[in-house]
Design a binder for this molecule. Structure first.
Ligand SMILES: O=C(O)c1cc(=O)[nH]c(=O)n1[C@@H]1O[C@H](COP(=O)(O)O)[C@@H](O)[C@H]1O
Length: 234
């Protein structure tokens, strides 16, 4: 199942989310459950998606002391999710403990991914929080740290993908939100690319929310994005 799109299910209600989910097939995409839906609906919602055959990226971007993050990651593994993330800026020890706690799960462990610099951020946002580096420099720094901790991949913007590939090699998973098909609104996103350009740059997975979820016919948009990347990339 070479399924490179992860739909971000950022809806207010279960009814709206399942309205989309029940029109699509697990062969078309994976699903991301993030802070909004998880806070409203909890693990039961993730279980419902699993029952429908979907693989789930639990996107709670953990960021806390190492012990707390590691235990949260273990809970995600027990829930059986396919992918889970944490903020790489939580530091090397935090990431190493999270990786270590997954050892007993072997190949059933979820992919553990480090978020570098949010795709909504640009130079000024970093400066305002005391980081005197460009988003690209900071992404490279945090991606190296993530790889050193032994994680499976990073979340970055598609604009950083080709340079990260050259720094980190082929094995590391590059997960890219900040995807905007031609003509769709950027909203709060800043470092963006089209689906085809992101795949051509070397993204493994495209995380796409509003361009699909807010469309009049989300299932149709998902199919057309899939078609636009069908013969691209490796
Ligand atoms: O970890 C993420 O998924 C994430 C990281 C990041 O840097 N930027 C980012 O937009 N995301 C998530 O990706 C999704 C993007 O949604 P849209 O902007 O609606 O396509 C949202 O659910 C965000 O929470």
């Amino acid at each position: 199942m070479d399924n490179r799109i992860i739909v971000a299910l950022d809806y207010e209600t279960e009814k709206e989310a399942l309205g989309l989910v029940d029109q699509i097939d697990p062969s078309l995409c994976r699903l991301k459950v993030g802070k909004e839906m998880f806070t409203t609906l909890g693990t039961n919602f993730v279980k419902q998606l699993h029952e429908r055959g979907f693989e789930v990226f639990l996107d709670l971007k953990f960021h806390d002391i190492p012990n707390t993050v590691a235990r949260a990651v273990r809970s995600a593994a027990d829930l059986g999710v396919w992918m889970v993330d944490l903020h790489a800026s939580g530091g090397l020890r935090m990431m190493e403990e999270a990786k270590k706690i997954l050892e007993p799960y072997g190949k059933d462990a979820p992919l553990l991914i480090g978020v570098t610099v949010l795709t909504s951020m640009e130079d000024l946002d970093l400066l305002q929080i005391g980081i005197n580096a460009s988003p690209l420099e900071q992404v490279i720094r945090l991606a190296h740290l993530t790889q050193r901790a032994g994680l499976d991949g990073v979340v970055c913007s598609p604009q950083e993908v080709d340079i990260l590939r050259s720094h980190l090699g082929k094995e590391i998973k590059l997960v890219t939100p900040g995807i905007r098909p031609v003509g769709s609104e950027f909203g709060d996103q800043r470092r963006v690319m089209t689906p085809a350009a992101a795949i051509e740059a070397g993204s493994d997975y495209l995380v796409i929310g509003r361009p699909i979820t807010q469309a009049e016919n989300p299932a149709q948009v998902l199919r057309s994005i899939n078609a636009s990347i069908a013969n691209l990339g490796g």
